[in-house]
Design a protein around this ligand. Structure first.
Ligand code: ADP
Ligand code: ZN
Ligand code: MG
Length: 511
């Protein structure tokens, strides 16, 4: 049985979040306006106008290039890419051909359940260009064009054919989206068309001993313009299956072709054959001087923030979080900031504890890990659950990191347990009060006074003679019922372990 390896490369367009368009002063990204309002002679492609490159777009592009470990060109230029289509009134797109702003980079990805656990994806190049207008079809069969989008700044990122599975492309695209958000260069929302992707795929046959059969890659299929992670993954899976069949029939693709993803049918369909660079008759844009990028690259290097991959590792090491929790937290920069502020309070608290004073690093680290487990549990499952019940979000909650840290301390010191903790957290979400006050107001403090608890236990035992008798007769599972009744009586304030022990002792004495 021959084995086929999938060879995949991506071409990704990301809209840059600038105020204005790439070569004119029209507002970019406004979606709540009438069609064809944010337009001018330049982005409508009138003759005799002069395009002026958007400096912010160039800075964003350079920043993105740096984040992808690219070399930033000292000198770059724009070119005209010629083609006829109604969404492009000039009949050429201003793009970059042989001197892109960035080239020769890479992005490392982790593939937790993949055949290979990590991969370095080469970035061939990244260049700036303008988006085309948007065409849409009316009910009576007309095609209309909205030029509001025409001229929106884009960065196109081309990868090497370094992916070996559809899953790897999905992880890469998600990481790329996150990087764009960390850099603030784009919201990179695929559903809104901020991030669009063409995927190229071919197969390569392996010998039975795993060595590669033939040194070169084979003709590829390019699947155009997909705007959801799922589409990319599904389209690639479909295409790999289709090509595998062709190979097995000894009829592998002989030329490269272009296909489109039909989501309704869940298939790819052949489109016009692939035009190559020659058909676009690229030539230098004569109206725009070359870009000198040395100074901008130096400035942008200083502005480069900590990227998600580095932040995950740092948060894992600094706070003792599990990597999977650090990953989930870092996927949302606001959540990550909230978490970091929470930990800085918690570490200050640990530092202030007399019993930890002068303690060895290891003891301190152990305590920190305990807190980290509490923070992840309460933040990623309980608080996240309560927020989604209320359809609110970490950006809008009334809980400050200080109050959340105080809450975690109350849990850690057993002043609150899971049940009372949940009540306090609910109140914190409702009115933003601090947890200690809520706990006192609602008398939710953990009942660790043995005398008080003993009274409740006695009450419960005498109120349930039947269950007690059954327990004595051997139905040991009724202990859980009795613990539950004590919890109910105390509205969750009883310390569970203490309750259990006390019940066991009293039941034994009752015998
Ligand atoms: P094109 O002829 O379409 O311009 P390029 O060499 O410019 O091809 O590559 C375009 C994209 O296709 C890149 O992302 C690249 O990694 C990918 N690619 C190139 N050759 C192959 C191949 N044989 N199989 C799969 N992907 C490929
Ligand atoms: Zn304009
Ligand atoms: Mg190409």
């Amino acid at each position: 049985m021959p084995i086929y390896e999938s060879i995949i490369g991506l071409e990704i367009h990301i809209q840059l979040k600038t105020k204005t368009k790439m070569f004119c002063g029209c507002s970019a990204h406004e979606t709540n306006v009438q069609p064809n309002t944010n337009v001018c002679a330049i982005c409508l492609g009138q003759p005799g106008v002069l395009p002026v490159p958007n400096e912010q777009a160039i800075r964003f592009g350079v920043l993105m290039g740096l984040a992808l470990n690219c070399t930033i060109a000292e000198r770059s230029k724009f070119d005209r890419k010629n083609y006829f289509y109604p969404d492009l009134p000039k009949a050429y797109q201003i793009s970059q051909f042989d001197m892109p702003i960035a080239s020769n980079g890479f992005l490392d990805i982790e593939i937790p359940n993949g055949e290979r656990k990590q991969a370095r994806i080469g970035i061939t190049r990244a260049h700036l260009e303008e988006d085309a207008a948007k065409s849409f079809h009316t009910e009576n069969g007309k095609t209309c064009v909205d030029f509001n989008r025409g001229g929106t700044p884009l960065i196109e990122i081309v990868t090497e054919p370094d992916f070996r599975s559809p899953q790897e492309t999905k992880i890469f695209l998600q990481e790329l989206r996150l990087i764009a958000r960390y850099l603030g260069v784009s919201d990179a929302d695929m559903e809104k068309g901020h991030l669009r992707c063409d995927a190229n795929v071919s197969l390569r046959k392996h010998n039975e001993d795993g060595t590669v059969f033939g040194a070169t890659f084979n003709p590829k299929t390019e699947i155009k313009n997909m705007n959801s992670f799922r589409h990319v993954e599904r389209a690639l899976e479909y295409e790999i299956e289709r090509q595998t069949q062709l190979w097995e029939e000894e009829n592998p693709p002989k030329t490269s072709t272009t296909r489109g993803w039909n989501d309704a049918k869940q298939t790819t369909e052949e489109q016009r054959s692939k035009e190559d660079a020659a058909d676009y008759r690229y030539f230098p844009e004569p109206d725009i001087p070359a870009l000198e990028l040395v100074d901008i690259a130096e400035e942008m290097k200083k502005e480069l923030p900590e990227l998600p991959a580095a932040r995950r590792i740092r948060m894992q090491q600094e706070y003792g979080l599990k990597l999977s929790d650090a990953r989930q937290i870092c996927d949302d920069p606001t959540l990550a900031n909230f978490t970091e502020q929470t930990f800085s309070e918690l570490i200050a608290w640990l530092d202030s504890l007399p019993e930890l004073e002068g303690s060895e690093g290891e003891v301190f680290e152990k305590e920190k890990e305990k807190l980290a487990r509490l923070v992840s549990g309460w933040l990623l499952s309980k608080l996240a659950g309560l927020m989604s019940e209320r359809s609110i979000d970490i950006r809008t909650i009334k809980i400050t990191p200080e109050n959340f840290a105080e809450f975690i301390v109350l849990i850690a010191t057993k002043k609150l347990n899971n049940a009372t903790g949940l009540k306090v957290l609910n109140s914190m979400l409702d009115d933003g009060n601090d947890p200690t006050h809520i706990m006192e107001d609602q008398q939710l403090g953990q009942m660790d006074d043995a005398g008080e608890l003993a009274e409740v236990v006695d009450r419960v035992l005498s109120a349930h003679p039947v269950e007690v008798a059954r327990y004595q007769a051997g139905e040991e599972q009724l202990l859980t019922f009795l613990i539950g009744m004590v919890m109910k009586e105390t509205e969750g304030a009883a310390e569970p372990a203490l309750t259990r022990n006390m019940l066991l002792v009293k039941l034994k004495n009752l015998k």
